[in-house]
Design a protein around this ligand. Structure first.
Ligand code: SF4
Ligand code: SF4
Length: 329
């Protein structure tokens, strides 16, 4: 893969060029001081050295609330048909690119979700390398993720730019005058031990039903759901419908749900499959680390560290892999 050198002082022009392909979004700071993905007006808006945004880029693909069907008496149920605006999502770290790759497997698998696909096709991903902190345990910090269209790696005085997809190559064609060929050899790093363990455990399918950690976590957890909201691969949603009182129109929508909430396991008739926190933690472990159905054995955790950062009572599910003898072996 050819890498080009983009000097720091050409980044503004590079961003201007990217914005010809769609609305430029990237890591920015809100007026309240929160780091989020949002619209980028000028180069100075961008947080080039951010660690992680509060909410991952999944919000572009699965909005917190999204209309999935409209109903009228004449037409019945129909998919919303508004076109999705084209977005250039700049500065996506490798862990979040992995998170999007996981969501793609869920929503573009055997039976693609048409609304997800529409949004996914309207997004161009421009990845950016990062420096891990004490909360991260992702393994992709030095490898170029295959689902980025373009990928930028920080180097001294600039960035190494790679086109990963044909869409990325087309974009670089128009921006070539800003770039120079590079002879810099990319570094490679060893896989992080934590992620290696997680993958081993996922492959083994161990469920650890009797681990004492479930009780300890349950005793502290506030069921606030922050760990799930901020996770780049949590995608559980609820489906609700608002109908007009006269029955002539309705909107059906899906909105983010949360497996740490008591109501998540409730079904018609009042039965709840996971009424207490211990069961909800165990369920989260099963889904996050062991996977379900066609994704059984594929861990959904990409090591971004968000859940460790946001938990108000310092719960860290990865303790399971360091305290449980079986998991650590
Ligand atoms: S489980 Fe935690 S560390 Fe893993 S991907 Fe989700 S938020 Fe990131
Ligand atoms: S963030 Fe912490 S307290 Fe909140 S639901 Fe998750 S584990 Fe429980």
């Amino acid at each position: 893969m050819v890498r080009h050198f983009l000097p720091d002082n050409s980044l503004g022009q590079f961003l201007d060029g990217l914005s010809l392909f769609g609305a430029l979004h990237g890591p920015v700071r809100t007026t309240e001081g929160v780091e989020v993905f949002g619209p980028v007006r000028t180069e100075s808006d961008l947080l080039l050295n951010y660690r992680r945004t509060l909410i991952p880029p999944k919000k572009y693909l699965l909005p917190p609330r999204q209309t999935i069907l409209n109903y009228t008496v004449a037409a019945g149920y129909t998919l919303p048909d508004e076109p999705e605006p084209h977005i250039i999502l700049f500065g996506v770290h490798p862990c979040d690119l992995q998170g999007i790759a996981y969501l793609d497997r869920v929503f573009l698998g055997d039976r693609p979700d048409r609304l997800y696909r529409r949004r996914r096709e309207a997004i161009t991903l421009v990845g950016l390398s990062c420096e891990p902190d004490e909360f991260c345990f992702c393994t992709s910090d030095e490898n170029i993720p295959r689902n980025a269209d373009l990928f930028l790696q920080h180097v001294e005085h600039g960035f190494l730019v790679s086109a990963v997809t044909s869409k990325g190559e087309e974009m670089l064609d128009g921006l070539g005058k800003l770039l120079a060929s590079s002879r810099i050899t990319p570094q490679t790093s060893a896989e992080h031990r934590m992620m290696t363990r997680i993958r081993e455990v996922a492959r083994s399918g161990k469920t650890f039903p009797d681990s004492p950690l479930w009780e300890r976590f349950a005793a502290r957890c506030l069921s606030c759901g922050a760990c799930s909201v901020c996770c780049p691969t949590c995608y559980c949603f609820d489906v609700l419908e608002n109908g007009a009182l006269d029955g002539t129109t309705a909107d059906r929508f899906r909105e983010w749900d949360n497996c740490l909430f008591r109501a998540h396991g409730e079904v018609a008739g009042g039965t709840n499959f996971r009424p207490d926190r211990r069961e909800r933690f165990h369920y989260r472990y099963l889904h996050k680390y062991l996977g379900f159905g066609t994704l059984a054995g594929v861990p959904a955790c990409v090591g971004c560290g968000r859940c460790r950062v946001v938990c108000p009572v310092d719960i860290d599910l990865t303790e399971l892999f360091t305290e449980d003898g079986d998991a650590c072996s």
